[in-house]
Design a protein around this ligand. Sequence first.
Ligand code: ADP
Ligand code: MG
Length: 414
Amino acid sequence: MSISYQPVIGLEIHAQLQTNSKIFASDPVLFGQEANTLISPISLGHPGTLPKLNKKVVEYAIKMGLSIGSTIAPKQYFDRKNYFYPDLPKGYQITQDKEPICIGGKVPFFLEDGSELEVQLNRIHLEEDAGKLIHAPGKEASWVDFNRAGTALIEIVTEPCIRSSEEAVAFLAEIRKLVMYLEICDGTMEEGSLRCDANISVRIKGTSEFGTKVEVKNMNSIRNVQRAIEFEINRQIETLEAGGQLSQETRAFDALKGSTISMRSKEAANDYRYFPEPDLPPITVSQAHIAEVAKDMPALPGVLFERYTKEFGLSEYDAYNITDQKGIALYYEALIALTKNYKGAANWLMGDIKSYLNEHGMDIQHFPMAPARIAALIELIDQGKVSSSIASQRIFPAMLSSEKNPLELAEEMN
Ligand code: ADP
Ligand code: MG
């Protein structure tokens, strides 16, 4: 009889916050600018400079915490994480170690087969990003670009409660959706605004003790996170089956080969010598401040989903697809402010409109028809003036190339 194994996975997700300036300096935060143009003595870590906390960063982290039911710590401080690397001019990263801004919380989400699941969070903390090394092709040289140095990050750390690659990526997609709804991060994994490290171990099914974990880095898409986890689970099981031992290490994912390779072992890992950052005062967050941030929160996908299924009688499938992208949900919200035919509005949005967007590779933000015109079309059908199929086949296409209202167009077409 062969032994059966169970994967144990915990994720660490870094999200770059969409603030105008950096976390401790007024340098602008922009992507794709000429190297070393968005810098200052503070982000370059010159001696004698002092960091000053960007208030917006705290607000964004509180938003994230509130959206997933974390406890917001009333008092926190920053720590220095000391290590040397050429993209880190100060020789330490300012982060939160012992007292993070958000503690606990949980994220409910759906798997592809429709089953519902929950991931427990350990914490969310604030920190600054490092600069970026660019390895000169074909030369034994690297360049360094400090534009990114000091960009604000939140790091979202889960408990080791994820049990498969499917669960991991569905959860990651949910986090991506949340940060985009909250408008605190643009969610692009390709540009590195959202980055995910996966901690993976396997254990014999039925045992409670965790196995030796490996941390995998370097995945720049949700798909690659899934591939990396699957490769790593198999590698670990094969190693154990062959009588080998796993070592606690950090591995990098190679997207071309679809495999992971060792970067450094735990024994050789840095001792970061964390200590409280003496240049920044502790942060205090009052209940009044939290309440103020809460007032400013947009409707979140989970809340909209409940409302659409329970109050409007939409199918879970429709409700999920409408809330999957904030732009689509906003369009639907605008539609149902104008018509009480909730199901009809969902059908138009997920049918003709979605097809049009797909055909034209277009975002809903660029869809040429205002919700009022679609609502007028729905009314025409509900009044029995035109059939759904005529509306879809003749009037909807005509509306795309005319400013006339649907009734006028229907009359013109007889
Ligand atoms: P470290 O001290 O190495 O940073 P932590 O306990 O802080 O480890 O956990 C870091 C991440 O690793 C978390 O996301 C956590 O859920 C995950 N993790 C911890 N132990 C395991 C394990 N045995 N297998 C898989 N993931 C784990
Ligand atoms: Mg840790």
